[in-house]
Structures are given as C-alpha cells and as structure tokens.
Design a protein around this ligand. Structure first.
Ligand SMILES: Nc1ncnc2c1ncn2[C@@H]1O[C@H](COP(=O)(O)OP(=O)(O)OP(=O)(O)O)[C@@H](O)[C@H]1O
Length: 250
C-alpha cells in the first residue's frame, strides 16, 4: 500500500506506541510540546533510529526491507540541527541529495543536474550556490539543507522544523512549497512549532508524552480548549477567513 506509516512504534526514548500514516500527496503537520517525541518519531520514520517495538512501513514493506539506496530515493529527511558540512560549497551540499540516485561510478547525469538546479531555485538559494555553507546565515543554511532533501526528488519528505531560523517571508515560502510538493504527489510530514503554519496543512497530528493525542483536519484539531491543555491557559484561537488563528493572550 502506498504511504509511509508508523505502526505501533514504541521506543526509543519517549515513544510509547505511535500510529501515524502519511499518504502520497498529503501534507501532515506534527505539533506538540517540547520533548513530546516528534523528532524521535521522525528519525524512526526516516530509518535513522530503530524502534524497540512496532514497525515502519514504506509502500507497504518494512523500511529496512528496501535497502538504503532505494530508501534514499523514496524518502528524504531534514534534521533539526547539525553537524553541518560547513566546508562544502552550497551546490556541493545540495548535490549530496542526489547520492541515492547515482550509479555505481557516481557519475552525474542531466537528471541529477536538473534536480539540483530545481531544488536550489525553489528554496530561493540560487543566489548563493557558490558560497561555502559555513559562511551562510542560519536561515540561508536552513534553505540549503532543505534543498539537499528536495534534490533527491523523494516521494516522502520528513522535515524537522523546516521553518526554524527563517524570516517571515521565507517561512511563508516554505509553507507554500510544502503545499506545492503535496500537489505534485509528495507525502510531507513536517514537525512545526507554529500552530498557524500547521493550520495550513491537510492534516494535523499532535503528540504529547510519546503518544499521538489527536489527528485530523486543522480546524477540528486546533481547538482552544485542546491547545490550552497542551500549552497553557494563555492560548486563544480566533477564526480568520474560516481558518483557526492561534495567539497568546498577553
Ligand atoms: N539520544 C537520546 N538519549 C536519551 N533521551 C533522548 C535522546 N533523544 C531524545 N531523548 C528524549 O526523548 C524525549 C523526546 O525527544 P524529542 O527530541 O523526540 O522531542 P521533540 O518533541 O522533538 O522536542 P522539541 O520540540 O523540544 O524538539 C525527550 O525527553 C528527550 O530528552
């Protein structure tokens, strides 16, 4: 079955039994307080951590049954932090995203070059492709790392706080890009902290204490009483143009 799916995932660390599926063409936002297990779940779904119980299915087969190259073609992951390949040129960093597609001799073809150029362009990083990664600002670096994930042209994209470090314009750009990618058939799972960005997803999943507390359409999940139970009594929800808008009551 198409999709990337965590089934009864228990451990490591905080995870206490999580079921979550991302279908092709769907953008799912993963919200939850600090330490609730979002990054751990993403790393398990990316195949970087092995769950102690349960399984992750990629297109209906256990992740590990695919082999690392095939997995790298099908899914890409943007981590939350470093280490960063600071000494590489931006273009070289993005080309790393093509590794799962290169043949035995690692020779790049037209498709690889086009994918790299496309990825640099869609994140708006074309202007600094000749710079060293280590010389970029935090937001510029974040966009380049996103481009590296996109260069793989994955069917599933796992993003850990992709809008961190970004100014408002580029946050909007990334959120719009996630929607576009989903429209192209990519399954996107993005950990976000801003519920107003999550409100733009097709579906919102909320974790707390290593469990999935809620999952559904943004307007069904982003309810004031529920968000107060997660983040405290100062949280308010207004509705603007039919969409929940979350803010803090000063
Ligand atoms: N390598 C590790 N060793 C021990 N505990 C860990 C490890 N990685 C994560 N944990 C613990 O697992 C829990 C969940 O961490 P995780 O990073 O998945 O949370 P999160 O929801 O992504 O948090 P945040 O919003 O702060 O990024 C935390 O209590 C964390 O301390």
């Amino acid at each position: 079955m198409a999709g990337l799916e965590a089934k009864g995932v228990v451990g490591p660390y905080a995870l206490k039994g999580v079921d979550l599926r991302v279908a092709p063409g769907e953008w799912v936002a993963l919200l939850g307080p600090n330490g609730s297990g979002k990054s751990t779940l993403l790393r398990v779904m990316a195949g970087l951590l092995r769950p102690q119980g349960g399984v992750v299915l990629l297109e209906g087969r256990p992740l590990r049954a695919h082999g690392s190259y095939r997995r790298g073609q099908l899914l890409a992951y943007l981590p939350q932090g470093g280490p960063y390949p600071e000494g590489l040129l931006v273009e070289e960093v993005v080309r790393l995203g093509r590794i799962p597609h290169l043949g035995l001799f690692g020779r790049e073809g037209r498709e690889d070059r086009e994918a790299v150029a496309w990825a640099l362009e869609v994140v708006g990083a074309g202007g600094f492709q000749g710079r060293l990664l280590g010389t970029l600002s935090g937001g510029e670096r974040q966009r380049v790392l996103l481009a590296r994930a996109l260069a793989a042209r994955p069917r599933y994209l796992l993003l850990d706080e992709p809008t961190t470090f970004l100014d408002l314009e580029h946050q909007g750009g990334v959120v719009a890009l996630l929607r576009r990618l989903a429209a192209l058939g990519v399954g996107v799972l993005a950990v976000l902290h801003d519920p107003n960005q999550a409100a733009l997803a097709h579906r919102v999943a909320v974790m707390k204490g290593g469990r999935l507390l809620a999952e559904g359409r943004p307007e069904a999940v982003l309810q004031e009483a529920f968000l107060q139970s997660l983040y405290g009594p100062g949280v308010r929800v207004a509705h603007l143009m039919g969409r929940p808008h979350v803010y803090l009551d000063g």
